[in-house]
Ligand binder design. Structure first.
Ligand SMILES: Cc1ncc(COP(=O)(O)O)c(C=O)c1O
Length: 362
């Protein structure tokens, strides 16, 4: 069986978890502080504040930017639903801008006429491939619209040699087990250079606390546990190596599959460093391919079969309908994620490639 994805967990992570269990304070212990310090250092950001999921990171970042009832937030319809859900939690309205078929991210050119009057914009670096973030930052700056980068799939990804997540007012990461780095459970991080945003996220994740039993804001319990942070610290040290492995596998896939015309290869943003959270090809025969691969013991995936605007919740709340965002709908119909994970062997990749060749009669 070749899985779609597999976290790279070795003795280092296990030993760090045991060590934390034995010696750390379970909540907001030493490992949490170290993980945050090292994450900020790696990213080149002033602050890193850990939380218990990427979703929490998005919600608290929006809160820190002062989002309120009735505000409008610009984002992409092609992402995991959590991106747009975070907006609805505030009774605010997601305003979708269709994706570009050039890199499957929000169409930055189109955002030019859409940023005015928005409270914030949440571009998503889908599959680990950067948004044209410099251009988007300039567009948003002109209209005074702060950006929250959803970098939940893009740990270590870069645009023009600068880390993804450091372009906006805040950058948000997820450490869910399928991600490029994990804490072996749920977890997330908000990075920012802005002292107020960092302080606000830090406070809100911890009951709105100013001191042990004094609370001056309505906060939550959204902290990352110390054992998870200890694992995250080890994963962070391995992140570049794991991303290199993903990029090498992607290169090999691209070479091996080049002769199958029915498969459109992944798109890479110019000036960007794609970290291949997913290796996504496109084919009109997507569902047949998935079934055939399953019979050969190969697990494939679809990210995502329903664009966010067509999720039942979004149709019901906002009246979104078929045909509103044609590029996202097209990608939803024909995107196919092939197995990719750092410990994937060349033999495993060859097996996927050979079976795809057989399926397409090559
Ligand atoms: C693009 C994107 N945004 C947000 C999230 C939410 O992260 P989490 O699952 O950690 O809440 C995810 C992860 O699933 C994601 O892929």
């Amino acid at each position: 069986m070749i899985p779609l994805m597999k976290p790279d967990i070795e003795n280092g992570e296990i030993e760090a978890a045991v060590e934390s269990l034995k010696h750390d304070k379970y909540v907001l212990g030493e490992s949490v502080i170290k993980f945050e310090e090292n994450f900020a250092l790696y990213m080149g950001s002033k602050h890193a504040v850990s939380v218990n999921s990427g979703t929490s990171g998005l919600i608290l970042s929006l809160s820190a930017l002062g989002i309120k009832d009735g505000d409008q937030v610009l984002t992409t319809p092609m992402s995991f639903v959590a991106t747009a859900n975070s907006i609805i939690h505030f009774n605010a309205k997601p305003v979708f801008c269709d994706i570009s078929m050039r890199n499957y991210n929000i169409d930055v050119e189109k955002t030019k006429t859409m940023t005015r009057g928005k409270k914030t914009a949440i571009p998503v670096h889908l599959y680990g491939n950067p948004v044209d973030i410099t251009e988007m930052s300039e567009i948003c700056r002109e209209e005074n619209v702060p950006i929250i980068e959803d970098a939940c799939q893009a740990h270590g990804s870069e645009y023009g040699n600068k880390k993804i997540g450091t372009f906006g007012a805040a950058g948000v990461f997820s450490f869910y087990p399928s991600k490029n780095m994990t804490v072996c459970g749920d977890g997330g991080m908000v990075i920012t250079d802005n002292d107020e945003i960092a302080a606000k996220v830090r406070k809100l994740r911890d009951y709105g606390r100013v001191s042990k039993y004094v609370h001056d804001e309505l906060g939550y319990a959204l902290r990352l546990n110390s054992v998870n942070a200890a694992i995250g610290l080890v994963q962070l040290r391995k992140l570049d190596k794991m991303n290199d492995a993903r990029r090498n596998l992607a290169k090999l896939y691209t070479q091996k599959l080049a002769d199958i015309e029915e498969l459109i290869p992944p798109q890479e943003t110019k000036n960007g460093k794609h970290v291949f959270h997913m290796f996504v090809v496109r084919t009109e025969r997507r569902d047949d391919v998935i079934a055939a691969m399953k019979r050969c013991g190969i697990e494939c995936g679809v990210h995502y079969p329903i664009p966010i605007h067509l999720q039942p919740l979004f149709k019901r709340l906002f009246g979104f309908a078929d045909g509103m965002f044609p590029n996202a709908e097209r990608l939803s119909r024909d995107c196919l994620s092939l197995p990719i994970f750092p410990s994937m062997t060349k033999d495993e990749l060859n097996c996927v490639s050979e079976n795809l060749h057989i399926f397409f009669g090559r």
